[in-house]
Ligand binder design. Structure first.
Ligand code: 13P
Length: 252
């Protein structure tokens, strides 16, 4: 059976308690759209309250520490995310890779720790503009996958990959559907190389300036199993337009 399209909102460093109203509205609408899987990743401070506020949608973290616990001031452990009600965590977002110096090896270790804590994981990959211009985008992403995906037993069952070209994040620019299709095909082939048959069912999300206006086109691309949405996930209205696009595709 084909898995449901997965639409995940990454709120990044946005949101105080007032945002819980958006989460509630997203949850109510998602309850009427059972053919789409919906989740949000609020900042860690809102995780527990978001979990309490919603019934249907998934709730997740945006990052976790490599270690299970310890003297790491300001960091959040995977087990703490789980304890606060998280179902999953994002790891390896390009903002973490660029601003916090996270290497593929660190991302892989984080993914393993998250799985060990009982969370599902969304591992993010994506090329910079310079890498795309140099014609290296697919090789860069394949290398990121080879080095940052978790390899523990049954890891593929709890894994999604998010392809987020760095130059498309927050810029309003998106790759052509041909480029998205080519990249997602390469990601699928790499997943099958790594995990065998189980790699065939890992969901591959697209992220980077997904909006209501481009969601249908992007979500219809072969091997695009959902979207990781930043800016447009900050209001229920704009996020639900994307969820609605996924629901309509499912019907067609
Ligand atoms: P935007 O949707 O704001 O481009 O952000 C994408 C992203 O980084 C989601 O993780």
């Amino acid at each position: 059976m084909k898995s449901l399209r997965y639409i995940v909102g990454n709120w990044k460093m946005n949101g105080t308690r007032a945002m819980l109203n958006e989460a509630r509205a997203i949850d109510r609408a998602a309850a009427r759209l059972p053919r789409v899987q919906v989740a949000v990743a609020p900042p860690a401070t809102l995780l527990f309250r978001t979990r309490e506020a919603v019934e249907i949608i998934g709730v997740g973290g945006q990052d976790c520490h490599v270690e299970e616990s310890g003297a790491y001031t300001g960091d959040v452990a995977a087990a703490m995310l789980k304890d606060a009600g998280a179902d999953f965590t994002i790891v390896g977002h390009s903002e973490r890779r660029a601003m916090h110096g996270e290497t593929d090896e660190i991302v892989k270790a984080k993914a393993e720790t998250a799985l060990g804590a009982g969370l599902s994981v969304i591992v993010c990959v994506g090329e910079t503009e310079a890498e795309r211009d140099a014609g290296n985008a697919e090789d860069v992403v394949a290398r990121q996958l080879a080095n940052s995906l978790p390899r523990s037993e049954n890891a593929a069952d709890k894994l999604s990959v998010a392809y987020e070209p760095v130059w498309a994040i927050g810029t309003g620019r998106v790759p052509s559907t041909e480029d998205v299709a080519a990249m997602h095909a390469r990601i699928r082939a790499t997943l099958v190389e790594i995990y065998g048959e189980a790699g065939g069912t890992v969901r591959i999300l697209y992220g980077g300036s997904v909006k209501a206006e481009n969601a249908t086109e992007l979500l219809a691309v072969e091997e695009v199993g959902g979207a990781l949405v930043g800016g447009a996930s900050l209001s229920a209205e704009s996020f639900l337009a994307i969820v609605g696009a996924a629901a309509s595709l499912d019907e067609s």
